[in-house]
Design a protein around this ligand. Structure first.
Ligand SMILES: O=P(O)(O)O[C@@H]1C[C@H](O)[C@@H](CO)O1
Length: 329
């Protein structure tokens, strides 16, 4: 399940922030953290046991700060199962957030559009998912259940918070974004890294899919399992080709270009949603505290790990013996 408690413990001891909101940035969406103020940034490489982001458009940084006056944590880059990560590792950042006290997660992604009525640049507020990998046993809840996080058999019929979806509609009205913020839709999760074949795409559309992507669902499942409110926004970056369609073939460059074109608006939307969701979220009770192991204040790198492992006293003693030996020569 990954050492999410140890990671949360490390972060807790090295930040003053007690975030209530968590944001996960999809491909090319790392700039969502630009809306935060008073930030403190941890490159993933500085967090012991944290995985690496290997995909273009995923910066690999965890940022604490204030978003619309609310303490928040933002993951600039996520982990996908096609990178070779098991599903529970894809869910690890969400579990870290849960341990830090986050009550609401905003999960974003770049996705292919399956609904011909939607255009590139549209933002879908996801209200359900269709996840073939999950149904086939490839999901982040397989294995021993951690009952401190949630129940063995969680429902998924209420995974996406309908109140938060309503606030997205309100936020888009406030900002005049109604033309491209669409109401609701189903996100289809595929393993990737290849894009869908035309027949696969037709199949996903025929089961009611609105968008298709290679992420998000492990995070949603883990967040809902552990009691967090979930809001999920998919940015349509390309129209998916169905059997018989003619058009450009999907590419990650096209995906990142489409995200860049909407960066400013999606930042404003997330900021506005957080602003107007404050009252709603304040009404939600705090989630039970998850007991964390002692972490230790160390700054990463080899010296930091050594200090943690043997303690400062032992390290000073070892250094003194070393100096004495050198002097003797
Ligand atoms: O991390 P997300 O789901 O936003 O990224 C999508 C899915 C693949 O990682 C990539 C394909 O272009 O974009």
């Amino acid at each position: 399940m990954g050492d999410y408690k140890a990671i949360a413990s490390f972060l807790k001891e090295n930040t003053k922030y007690e975030p209530k909101i968590g944001i996960i940035c999809g491909s090319g969406l790392s700039e969502l953290s630009k809306t935060m103020t008073d930030t403190q940034t941890f490159p993933y490489s500085s967090i012991p046991s944290f995985p690496k982001s290997t995909v273009a458009g995923h910066k690999g940084e965890l940022v604490f700060g204030l978003l619309s006056g609310v303490q928040a944590v933002c993951l600039r880059g996520r982990f996908h199962s096609y990178e070779g990560y098991p599903q529970d590792l894809c869910a690890l950042p969400v579990r870290v957030m849960r341990c830090l006290g986050v009550k609401m997660v905003i999960i974003t992604n770049a996705a292919g559009g399956l609904d011909p009525n939607n255009n590139v640049g549209d933002i879908i507020c996801v209200d359900d998912h269709f996840a073939l990998p999950n149904m086939a046993g490839k999901n982040c809840l397989v294995g021993p259940n951690d009952s401190e996080l949630g129940p063995r058999f969680p429902p998924m019929s209420n995974a996406y918070d309908p109140e938060l979806s309503k606030l997205v509609v309100k936020a888009s009205e406030n900002l005049g974004f109604q033309d491209f913020v669409r109401k609701q839709g189903t996100y289809c999760f595929v393993s990737g890294p290849m894009y869908e074949s035309p027949s696969e795409a037709l199949f996903l559309r025929s089961v009611g899919g609105t968008a298709v992507g290679m992420s998000t669902v492990p995070e949603v499942v883990a967040a809902h399992h552990s009691g967090m409110q979930v809001l999920c926004l998919s940015l349509i970056t390309n129209k998916v080709m169905m059997k018989g369609d003619k058009g450009p073939h999907a590419s990650h460059e096209e995906v990142l270009e489409a995200v860049n074109a909407r960066t400013v608006q999606i930042q404003a939307l997330v900021k506005e949603v957080v602003k107007i969701s404050r009252k709603y979220m304040e009404g939600k009770p705090e989630l039970p505290t998850i007991k964390l192991p002692e972490g230790g204040k160390y700054s990463g790198g080899l010296l930091g790990h050594a200090v943690k492992a043997v303690g400062v006293g032992a390290l000073v003693a070892a250094a003194a013996v070393g100096v004495a030996k050198i002097r003797k020569r």
